[in-house]
Design a protein around this ligand. Structure first.
Ligand code: ATP
Ligand code: MG
Length: 439
């Protein structure tokens, strides 16, 4: 993209309404704009981030055999009356009436709808397990929307739902999902640690929140430092083998990790002191096994192996895609701006043409841009160099390719790595090779 022709409205001033760094930086870098309290428009650079996050999550969902669907944002109230949640959900639910006086709602989550869709398509235990997911906007009329997209009212969520014939198989689905989450967060480039969470009336160990570490997080967390070293992508797990899944799960849950409300001093003292880590965190995902809660209340059953009807066991699994965009920034920024992890950066590199109109600068900058025009933001504006440096740092490209008149005359480019601040000079062909290697 050429910055001179794009809609990336960066701001010099710090917006007064933004209390935390990610909110300020998302506004200043031109990623989002608020359109109503807790409701945001995603501008071109912000939308690229949302898409990159979504795509990684999608690939890791598909890798465990989950199937993508797309359910609507609007749901009939009828469905929620069947599960008994219509009245129970309270004022967070946005209720809507259509011209025929039918009650609708803007979905805060989709357990009811997916259970109903499942019932219409699956009749026998032979068709199980089924795992379905979608990436769709949700609405929750939060009392206090704040921190920008981190606690919005309309927000993008990936939500998945599993259906299994029995508890053992449902637990295997849960564990596969956990692995999928660990791998997705690792690919995105963040440390998200699974922490035991409230399970409600079902009990057991089958709810986890995934928490990203950041000083401004809403909850305090305690965890074993070895979590930071885990390579979940290299972890050999046989997805179809419950024992292999169990070994992975046991290995993972043997490392202590808990939020403040679940913190267990006795277990904490068993962790080697040198490995104990304390900090604050942001919830970016939540997975839950809840058995037959919805299949029972909504009267959904399939025929079992002996012919008797069985209520399938379910789990639901959410990732806050739009919250993640903010949480990643919260975990990775400095005074000057955002420091994107390469896999979710809106642009993998920024090309700074310091003197547009200068023949040598234009030719070098264009050659770099043509190497990967979809992944680059070429700053070809007529502005001063200082403005370009500031905007590149603010938008947070992992790599900056600086083309100045002196270097361009001899065919050299200055490369700056945003995270380390390291700078090197290289000839054009080396810079083109570098662009090709950026992943
Ligand atoms: P929280 O405790 O932060 O209010 P929750 O527990 O109500 O979240 P879940 O129902 O578990 O949220 O939703 C799954 C995921 O959706 C959360 O882990 C979070 O990442 C995201 N999410 C939930 N509420 C919001 C919101 N208001 N704005 C942005 N993302 C949200
Ligand atoms: Mg939650």
């Amino acid at each position: 993209m050429r910055l001179s022709r794009s809609f990336i409205p960066t701001l010099r001033e710090t917006p007064a309404e933004a209390q935390i760094a990610s909110h300020r930086l998302m506004l200043r870098a031109g990623l989002i704009r608020q359109t109503a309290s807790g409701i945001y428009a995603w501008l071109p650079a912000g939308l690229r981030v949302l898409r990159r996050i979504s795509q990684i999550v999608r690939e890791e969902q598909d890798a465990i055999g989950a199937q993508e669907v797309l359910m609507p944002t609007l749901q009939p109230a009828e469905l929620w009356k069947r599960s008994g949640r219509y009245d129970a959900y309270g004022p967070e639910m946005l209720r809507i009436t259509d011209r025929h006086d039918r009650d609708l709602l803007y979905g805060p989550t989709n357990e009811e709808m997916i259970t109903d869709l499942f019932a219409g398509g699956v009749k026998s235990y032979r068709e199980l397990p089924q795992v379905l997911y979608h990436i769709q906007w949700k609405f929750r009329d939060e009392v206090r929307p704040r921190f920008g997209v981190m606690r919005g009212r309309e927000f993008l969520m990936k939500d998945a739902y599993s259906f299994d014939i029995d508890t053992q198989s449902a637990i295997a689905s849960y564990r596969r999902m956990m692995l999928s989450y660990l791998r997705a967060f690792q690919r995105i480039g963040v440390k998200a640690i699974p922490m035991r969470a409230d399970t409600g009336p079902i009990g057991g160990d089958l709810s986890h929140e995934f928490i990203i570490l950041a000083p401004t997080g809403e909850s305090s967390v305690f965890y074993d430092g070895r979590f930071e070293q885990q390579d979940w992508r290299a972890e050999a797990v046989e997805l179809a083998d419950p024992e292999s899944l169990q070994r992975f799960f046991m290995r993972m849950t043997s490392l202590y990790a808990a939020t403040e409300d679940k913190h267990d001093e006795a277990a904490w003292h068993d962790v080697e002191p040198a490995l104990r880590r304390e900090g604050r965190g942001i919830e970016v995902g939540h997975i839950f096994y809840f058995g037959t809660k919805y299949t029972q209340s909504m009267g959904v059953a399939v025929s079992g192996p002996d012919g008797a009807m069985v209520h399938p066991e379910m789990g639901s699994y959410g990732i806050g895609i739009s919250r993640l965009a903010g949480a990643i920034i919260e975990a990775s920024h400095d005074e000057a701006g955002i420091i994107w992890p390469m896999p979710v950066a809106p642009f993998r590199a920024g090309i700074l043409n310091l003197k547009p109109g200068d023949a040598a600068c234009d030719s070098v900058a264009d050659a770099l841009y043509e190497a990967a025009p979809d992944d680059m933001l070429l700053d070809d504006r007529a502005d001063r160099a200082g403005v370009k440096f500031a905007d590149a740092d603010l938008i947070g490209h992992p790599v900056q390719l600086v083309v100045g008149p002196r270097g361009a005359a001899s065919g050299t480019i200055e490369v700056k790595w945003r995270a380390s601040g390291e700078r090197t000079e290289m000839p054009l062909d080396a810079a083109v090779a570098l662009i090709a290697s950026l992943r």
